[in-house]
Design a protein around this ligand. Structure first.
Ligand code: JJW
Length: 449
C-alpha cells in the first residue's frame, strides 16, 4: 500500500461556522440574522429545522476544543456571528457576544490551536437585510466597520483571517437560485451582490493593512469542477463558463482587477448591468496573503443550447455520490488546484473546506463511517498530487468537526468527524475522527488502511 506523505510544514485543521454550530440564538443580546428569518419561513429548510440550538457549541466550546486537542489539529477555523457583536449590524458593540469569542480564542490558544476566523459566514444581521442587505452599498460600510472592530479587538490573538466565505453561495445560490437566505430569484440582484461582496472584502483588507494588524488575510471562494463530456469545443467552452462563474468571476477581480470579459458579455446578454463605482477596483484589486478554497464536488457537463445559466447541461453519469447527492470527484480537486496555481501566480492556498456528507449513526458507541474515510483518502491523495505538481498548499481543513445545521438541508445531512445526537447533544467520535487523528500524527497515511 502506497504511503501518502505530506511536507512537514502543512497545517491541519477542521472548520465550522457560527450559525451551524453555536445555537444560543437568543442569548446574551444576539440580534436576529437572515438565517433566523429564513429558517422560520415555511418550506425553506428540510424538516422545518433551524439553528436555535444546533450543536450548542456556544455553551460546549470547551468540550469541543478538548476534542480538537485530542485530534491533534494545528488550526481551527470558525466564524464570528456578526449579529452577536452588532445586533443591528452596526453601532455599539455587544460586549457579551464579544466575550464568547474571547473565551473561545483564549481556550484555543491555551491548547496550542491556532484560530482562523471567518468574518462573514452567511449570518447577516436581519436589520441590514431589511435595508436591502448586500444589494445596499451601506452594508459594505457596515461590514468594513465590523471588520475593523474585530481586527482591533483580536489583534495578535487571531492571526489568520478570512473576509468572506463562499461568495458564490451568498450571491447566486441565495439570490438567483434562491436556495439559501434570503431566498431571492433575481439574476441582476445576485450579480450586483457578487460585486458588493468583492468590494466589502477589499474594504476589510484595506482596514487590515492600514491598521497594521498582525497575521494574514484571505478570502474563501467555493468551486465546483466541470469536466467536459467530450473534447468538442462547445463542451469545453460550456464547462469553462460554468467554472468561471465560481472561479474567474470571484478571483480575477481580486488578482487582476477586472471581471472575465466573456462572462461580462454573457451576463449583459441576459439583461444584467454591472453596478461598478469609481474606486471599487482600488479596493478589490489588492494583495491578499492566501486564498481559501472550499471544494466538495465535480460534475460532467456538456453544451446544450438554452440550459440555464450558461448553455451548460450537467449530466449524471452515475459517479458515486455522497449522502447529499454530490458526485465524488477527487480528480476535480487536483485539476482545480493546478488551474488556480497557473492562473494566479502560485498563490498560497489553504483548503478551508473539504469533506463529505454521510449519515451513519451510532451503533454500540461507534460510528463506522468508512465512506467518509475513503472520501478523505481520495481528496488528500489529490492534494498530495497537487503539492508534488507545484501547488503552494499551506494547510488543509476538513468540513467539519461536528455534524451540524447544513443550511437548507437542516440536520439530516451530516458532515462531522464527530457525531451529534441532536436530542441529547451527546458527541461521539466517528471512525473518521480516529483516522484523521492518525493521519495528522504521521503526517500521512497508507491508502486503504
Ligand atoms: C451549491 C444546489 C442548482 C457549506 C448548491 C447547494 C442547487 C444549480 C456546504 N460550505 O456547510 C452549493 N456547501 O457552511 C460552507 N457549500 O446548489 C459550509 N456549498 O444547485 C458548509 C449547496 C451548496 C453548498 C453547500
Amino acid at each position: 500500500m502506497a504511503f501518502i506523505e505530506f511536507p512537514k510544514e502543512i497545517k491541519w485543521g477542521v472548520a465550522t461556522a457560527s450559525y451551524q454550530i453555536e445555537g444560543a440564538a437568543f442569548e446574551d443580546g444576539r440580534g436576529a440574522s437572515i438565517w433566523d428569518t429564513f429558517s422560520r419561513t415555511p418550506g425553506k429548510i428540510k424538516n422545518g429545522d433551524n439553528g436555535d440550538i444546533a450543536c450548542d457549541s456556544y455553551h460546549r466550546y470547551e468540550e469541543d476544543i478538548q476534542m480538537m486537542k485530542e485530534l491533534g489539529i494545528d488550526i481551527y477555523r470558525f466564524s464570528i456571528s456578526w449579529p452577536r457583536i452588532f445586533p443591528t449590524g452596526t453601532g455599539e458593540v455587544n460586549q457579551a457576544g464579544l466575550n464568547y469569542y474571547h473565551n473561545l480564542v483564549d481556550c484555543l490558544r491555551a491548547n496550542q490551536i491556532e484560530p482562523m476566523c471567518t468574518l462573514y459566514h452567511w449570518d447577516l444581521p436581519q436589520v441590514l437585510q431589511d435595508q436591502g442587505g448586500w444589494a445596499n452599498r451601506e452594508t459594505i460600510e457596515a461590514f468594513a466597520h465590523y471588520a475593523e472592530q474585530m481586527f482591533r479587538e483580536f489583534n495578535g490573538k487571531i492571526t489568520k483571517w478570512i473576509t468572506i466565505n463562499e461568495p458564490w453561495c451568498i450571491s447566486f445560490l441565495s439570490n438567483f437560485i434562491g436556495e439559501h437566505a434570503p431566498g431571492n430569484h433575481d439574476l441582476q440582484l445576485a450579480t450586483t451582490i457578487s460585486h458588493h461582496l468583492l468590494v466589502a472584502h477589499g474594504r476589510a483588507v484595506t482596514k487590515f493593512r492600514s491598521l497594521g494588524i498582525k497575521g494574514i488575510i484571505g478570502y474563501a471562494p467555493n468551486l465546483e469542477w466541470f469536466e467536459p463530456f467530450s473534447n468538442k469545443k462547445e463542451d469545453i467552452e460550456a464547462c469553462n463558463r460554468g467554472m468561471a462563474w465560481f472561479i474567474e468571476w470571484f478571483m480575477d477581480p481580486v488578482f487582476k482587477g477586472s471581471y472575465p470579459e466573456f462572462l461580462v458579455e454573457w451576463f449583459e446578454n441576459k439583461g444584467v448591468s454591472l453596478q461598478i463605482e469609481d474606486g471599487d477596483w482600488d479596493q478589490i484589486n489588492q494583495t491578499i496573503d492566501f486564498i481559501g478554497i472550499n471544494y466538495y464536488t465535480g460534475s460532467v457537463g456538456r453544451y446544450k443550447q438554452g440550459a440555464e445559466l450558461f448553455d451548460l447541461e450537467k449530466i449524471d453519469i452515475h459517479y458515486e455520490k455522497t449522502d447529499i447527492g454530490w458526485n465524488i470527484y477527487p480528480q476535480g480537486f487536483y485539476k482545480a488546484l493546478k488551474k488556480l496555481t497557473s492562473q494566479y501566480n502560485r498563490i498560497p492556498i489553504y483548503i478551508t473546506e473539504n469533506g463529505a456528507c454521510y449519515n451513519d449513526g451510532v451503533l454500540h458507541g461507534r460510528v463506522h463511517d468508512i465512506n467518509r474515510i475513503k472520501y478523505l483518502e481520495q481528496h488528500l491523495t489529490s492534494l498530495k498530487r497537487a503539492i508534488d505538481s507545484g501547488v503552494n498548499i499551506k494547510g488543509y481543513l476538513t468540513w467539519s468537526l461536528l455534524d451540524n445545521f447544513e443550511w437548507a438541508e437542516g440536520y439530516d445531512k451530516r458532515f462531522g468527524l464527530v457525531h451529534i445526537d441532536f436530542q441529547t447533544l451527546r458527541r461521539t467520535k466517528k471512525d473518521s475522527y480516529f483516522w484523521y487523528e492518525k493521519m495528522i500524527r504521521h503526517n500521512g497515511f497508507h491508502i486503504g488502511q
